[in-house]
Design a protein around this ligand. Structure first.
Ligand code: MG
Length: 382
């Protein structure tokens, strides 16, 4: 039986790789709906080859123009369009690959419609992990990780008793600036930050990798996905990105998942779980060609954003949402050349120092913190 797939963020890095997997396996998957941002040529291309039922774009004018070109497809737009794509099209799996906390509302709608979530949108779990996971339990909906680290943890936990976990060990490549000291970071450029040594990812994620905030968001994501306390989640610097993450059990056994850095593997596994299928144009791992794997202890002074994320996660409540919103805006300001690289950490730190955490917040409280924090960061810059 074919699986019906909905996809949010179809023209982003994860979205394009998801489309690749669907295109290679037309007997296994049907794309029933998707949402995309501003790349209308790519939207046309996907619309033509997959003929989905519903497509959402950001702008109303784009939706109107495309509607005239594709009368048999329903076009919607904006935040409401995202929710419609996520929840109302008879999908079996929603691949949520949008960037930022904008992915939160559609994720919750899909859960309430009983649709399995393949989550690549880590900001959703960071901002509202307690609420998302509680809803998933209530509606008995699986949340399958797409992030490579979390897919590795998920695979390493296959058939294991979660009560016997002693540690989750997330690996980190170190990002674009892993060979620079903190002082040397003061003059780095946007172009330098966007050149990731191992992974090909979207811009926001690549900047987050360079600050190590990406790993911080992933620590919080792991806490929610696997229900493991922060004290039992470690990060290990591993330059080669071959071990994607590990689980240590109480008998000291460590299970790891390895592979060449290729995001299509965790994406495909989330789509085919619990089955595996062959990979198109595979990049098989040949350890004899790699020769050596290296590991280093994480430096929390050098990678300050990681320390901030642990602090936010342990504090809980609305603090991770405030941290995440501050980071989203700070990263966008850096990419526009408005602030220097190290200012990203400073902005996040200042926002966290000023934030009055609300414990056990409602979804509305989280959304309000998210919105207000964005305004606070813009006010800081002006
Ligand atoms: Mg990752």
């Amino acid at each position: 039986m074919k699986k019906n797939i909905s996809l949010l963020g179809a023209t982003g890095s994860i979205g394009i790789q998801t489309i690749d997997i669907l295109a290679s396996n037309p007997d296994k998957f049907e794309l029933v709906s998707f949402a995309a941002g501003m790349n209308m040529d790519k939207v046309r291309e996907i619309a033509m080859s997959f003929q989905p039922k519903v497509i959402s774009v950001i702008q109303r004018e784009d939706a109107a123009r495309l509607q005239a070109e594709f009368p048999s497809i329903k076009f919607v737009y904006g935040q409401e369009g995202l929710v419609e794509v996520a929840a109302h099209t008879g999908a079996d799996i929603l691949v949520n690959a949008v960037i930022g906390s904008v992915g939160l509302a559609p994720t919750l709608e899909a859960i309430r419609s009983g649709i399995t979530i393949a989550i690549a949108n880590k900001e959703t779990l960071v901002a509202a992990g307690d609420i998302v996971m509680a809803e998933a339990r209530k509606y008995n909906v699986p949340i399958l990780p797409v992030d490579s680290e979390h897919s590795a943890l998920f695979q390493s936990l296959n058939g294991e008793n979660p009560k016997q976990i002693s540690r989750l060990i997330l690996t980190a490549s170190g990002g674009s600036f892993r060979n620079l000291t903190r002082a040397e970071l003061s003059t780095v450029t946007v172009e330098e930050a966007l050149a990731h040594p191992n992974w090909s990812m979207g811009n926001k994620l690549t900047i987050d990798s360079a600050t190590m905030m990406n790993k911080g968001l992933e620590v919080i994501e792991a806490h929610h996905l696997f229900n493991v306390p922060y004290e039992q989640i470690d990060v290990l610097l591993h330059r080669e990105s071959i071990i994607h993450s590990m689980v240590e059990f109480e008998d000291t056994s460590v299970m790891a998942q390895l592979g060449s850095p290729d995001m299509r593997v965790p994406i495909q596994y989330a789509l085919t779980y619990p089955e595996r299928i062959p990979m198109q144009n595979p990049k098989a791992l040949r350890l004899e060609e790699i020769g050596q794997l290296n590991f280093e202890k994480m430096d929390f002074v050098r990678f300050k954003a990681l320390a901030l994320a642990y602090t936010a996660g342990k504090e809980g409540g609305t603090m991770p949402a405030a941290m995440n919103a501050a980071n989203e805006i700070a990263v966008s300001l850096f990419m526009k050349g408005i602030i220097p690289f190290l200012e990203i950490d400073h902005i996040v730190e200042r926002v966290m120092e000023a934030h009055q955490t609300i414990q056990q917040p409602t979804l509305e409280a989280i959304m309000e913190v998210d919105l207000n924090t964005r305004k606070i960061v813009y006010a800081m810059i002006n």
